[in-house]
Design a protein around this ligand. Structure first.
Ligand code: MRU
Length: 375
């Protein structure tokens, strides 16, 4: 990728002007990619979760706008129409809308500067502008996640100093907020990667994250790739581990955080925050500033929660004995299921927000003080 930043691992890259993405629906069993050539390809990849995680959704959406520019030969009206479709691909992660809006704003500004958009050269310029901006967005995430890692690692380091010799800092995380979710170090996993780099003794409890199992499939795989000690647990185990004193710190990601600090993240996050609160365990949320939605204050009333197919609850996908990836039904044939993809953790349960600018309280005044320019 034409990145200006040094890279860790990437969930996507540019090849011959197209966007190649790791197909996350096949991990950890198959290492395959898909090539996105059109804006419709980008929309579908976000919808069917070939790519997922708030940051990467935003990145693929931004490159989708570039693909829209290319397929409409730089016609701004057509780019806008195609981008409006990308913007609706999933409802909860605000990075998607943020990235599309930023791309369109930059293209509109560039178009204003062109004296004659009917000329081929001017239209070609818009395609270039789109590509440059999409790359800039992902480059910013690379730098942002590195900073999130550094700030978050200070919390881990402080706990490590209180532990008896040889005992690891036990960190619990939910879903996947690693490099598959935001380039290039993740949000929740960025402090964990940084701690591992600094030689701090850590161990990660990985929630399986039913129904799509992003913890089992993706986080366990990512941590394994980096030789970071971890143990997979069923989603409902975290509370008991906390009662047993086996969790020192929780760090999760977020798909949308309100200006008052309410957090939308993968379904089940709220229950972990409640258990952490009850057991006096710090519960941190890691995010780049693109995940703030400063327009809204009340997460429960104002954040649209994605509802996905009931089949994701009724069936489980995994590796079969014959080596194929298959699905098995886990409920009676006549059973109905409800599948909310995210929940809201109220700000009062969040110890702090780990951002690329530093750690701040999940409170409106504190957020405003650190992110005045975003209001
Ligand atoms: O449905 P997903 O897999 O896209 O959900 C991902 C999460 O909930 C992550 O925790 C979140 O996107 C933060 S990581 C940048």
């Amino acid at each position: 990728m034409n990145s200006t930043s040094s890279s860790f691992w990437k969930a996507f890259w540019l090849e011959d002007g197209n966007l190649v993405v790791i197909d996350q629906t096949q991990l950890p069993f198959r290492s395959t990619t898909k090539t996105l050539k059109t804006s419709a390809d980008a929309t579908l990849a976000i919808q069917d979760m070939t790519v997922r995680g708030a940051g990467v959704i935003g990145n693929v959406a931004a490159f989708g706008v570039y693909l829209a520019a290319r397929e409409s030969n730089g016609d701004l009206a057509k780019i806008k129409a195609l981008s409006a479709v990308i913007r609706l691909a999933r409802p909860t992660a605000v990075n998607l809308m943020w990235a599309v809006d930023r791309m369109i704003a930059v293209l509109e500004k560039a178009a204003l500067k062109k004296d004659d958009l009917e000329k081929d050269d001017s239209r070609k310029d818009l395609i270039e502008v789109a590509l440059k901006e999409a790359i800039a967005i992902s480059d910013e995430d690379v730098i942002g996640t590195r900073n999130i890692g550094k700030f978050g690692c200070e919390l881990i380091e402080a706990i490590a100093k209180t532990k008896p010799e040889g005992e690891p800092v036990n960190i619990l995380t939910h879903c996947n907020a690693g490099w598959l979710a935001i380039v290039d170090r993740g949000s929740a996993l960025a402090p964990i990667y940084e701690a591992s780099d600094r030689g701090i003794n850590i161990h990660v409890w990985v929630d399986e994250t039913r129904p799509r199992n992003q913890g089992a499939n993706l986080t366990a795989w990512e941590l394994g790739q980096s030789n970071i000690p971890h143990t997979l647990i069923a989603d409902n185990t975290g509370g008991l581990l906390m009662q047993y004193g086996k969790v020192d710190l929780c760090i999760v990601g977020t798909d949308r955080t309100t200006r008052s600090g309410d957090v939308a993240n993968k379904i089940g996050t709220y229950l972990k925050a409640l258990a952490a609160h009850d057991n006096h365990i710090p519960f941190y949320v890691a995010l780049p500033s693109s995940t703030f939605d400063m327009q809204i204050a009340d997460g429960i009333k104002e954040i649209a929660i994605e509802t996905r197919s009931a089949d994701e609850v009724l069936y489980m996908q995994g590796l079969q004995d014959d080596g194929a990836i298959g699905k098995v039904r886990v409920a009676p044939l006549e059973t109905k299921a409800l599948n909310y993809g995210f929940d809201i953790t109220p700000a009062r349960l969040v110890t702090g927000l780990i951002t690329e600018r530093g750690i701040c309280k999940a409170e409106e005044m504190a957020i405003a003080a650190m992110f005045l320019d975003l209001i």
